[in-house]
Design a protein around this ligand. Structure first.
Ligand code: SF4
Ligand code: MG
Length: 322
């Protein structure tokens, strides 16, 4: 609820604060049990930071993170421990997120050791079972990460995330480092696991075509703010925000029926350090109006469960944003 993460930036000889990187700037979002919420935006827009805030790996500058209605920022370390088991993360880069000096058994079983689950033999059995579940061969339990392919390493990361029987998994660009041919296999695996273990996913990606298959709903983020949020079918059929439209135009999807001119995105993502005033997107928006420079539009519902932050759909200003 209204989550902000601003990093102060200092400069000059006196190291005075010269600005703030507004990595996350007033995000309110619900992730429903059992769903996959796709979170999409260009790299540097704050998606990973939001994921880390949800897991309480970082603390927000403002706002609340609620898990099953409980404010997790108010919990002590002891109170947080059982919740840590319920929330796991899968990282983008299976090369750097696995310790090269640990064998697979140790990597996957690490959480079991930390949380003192079972005897050593039970933990070994569980690791072998998990390897089987994610499509790795249990007899490779003593091998090291470099002995596996990229796709297999991501399976190791997935098995590690599953070890403690979590409820929520933040999938932070889990297939972005993989070959296209492997991406679909890993996404299908994640979907099978979701069904089998009743998992909830926040699936972070810079690529709208990657989240399309797996998501139930999709949120689009631009420079720290959610600009559009809708059910998947609705978002791809009827994108309303000029930024979402541009992202979809830029996506390499063959569509001979597309009558609209391909406009795509022009210009680079502005720096999140002192971002553009008003609507952050006005420097790149083909439909920008005068008011877009001065005020930020409010995120509001436009039609059924379709949320949009843009003055083209109403004049309301978001007073919570500076
Ligand atoms: Fe474009 Fe204005 Fe809408 Fe922002 S508010 S997306 S600048 S039309
Ligand atoms: Mg990221």
């Amino acid at each position: 609820e209204q989550v902000k993460k601003h990093y102060p930036v200092t400069g000059g000889v006196f190291r005075r604060q010269v600005g703030a990187v507004k990595a996350v700037d007033g995000v309110s979002l619900a992730i429903h049990r059992g769903e996959t919420l796709g979170l999409v935006g260009e790299s540097g827009c704050g998606k990973s930071t939001l994921g880390r805030l949800i897991l309480r790996l970082e603390r927000p500058t403002a706002g609340k993170i609620l898990y099953d209605g409980r404010d997790i920022l108010a919990l002590s370390r002891d109170e947080m421990r059982p919740l840590r088991r319920k929330m796991q993360i899968i990282f983008q880069d299976p090369y750097s997120s696995l310790n090269p000096r640990q064998n697979v058994g140790r990597i996957i079983g690490e959480g079991l050791v930390i949380h003192k689950v079972g005897t050593e033999q039970e933990r070994l059995d569980r690791v072998r079972h998990l390897m089987n579940v994610v499509g790795l061969r249990p007899e490779h339990i003593n091998r090291y990460p470099h002995e596996f392919s990229g796709g297999q390493r991501q399976r190791i990361g997935i098995a590690r995330a599953l070890a403690l029987q979590p409820e929520l998994i933040i999938c932070d660009e889990p297939v972005s480092a993989l070959d296209v041919s492997i991406q679909a296999q890993v996404i299908n695996l994640l979907m099978d696991l979701q069904e089998e273990f009743h998992l909830t996913y926040l699936f972070v990606s810079h690529d709208l075509s990657v989240v399309r298959h797996i998501s139930d709903r999709v949120a689009v983020m631009y420079l720290g703010r959610i600009v559009e949020l809708a059910d998947k079918a609705e978002l791809y059929r009827n994108p309303l925000h000029p930024y979402t439209q541009a992202l979809l135009e830029a996506a390499p999807i063959a569509d001979p029926d597309r009558k609209k001119q391909r406009q795509g995105l022009t210009g680079d993502l502005p720096s999140p350090l002192n971002p553009p005033s008003g609507c952050h997107f006005h420097t790149r928006c083909p439909k920008a109006m005068e008011q877009c420079r001065h005020a930020a539009p409010r995120l509001k519902e436009n039609g059924d469960r379709h949320w949009i932050r843009c003055f083209l759909y109403g004049d309301e200003v978001d007073e919570t944003l500076g």
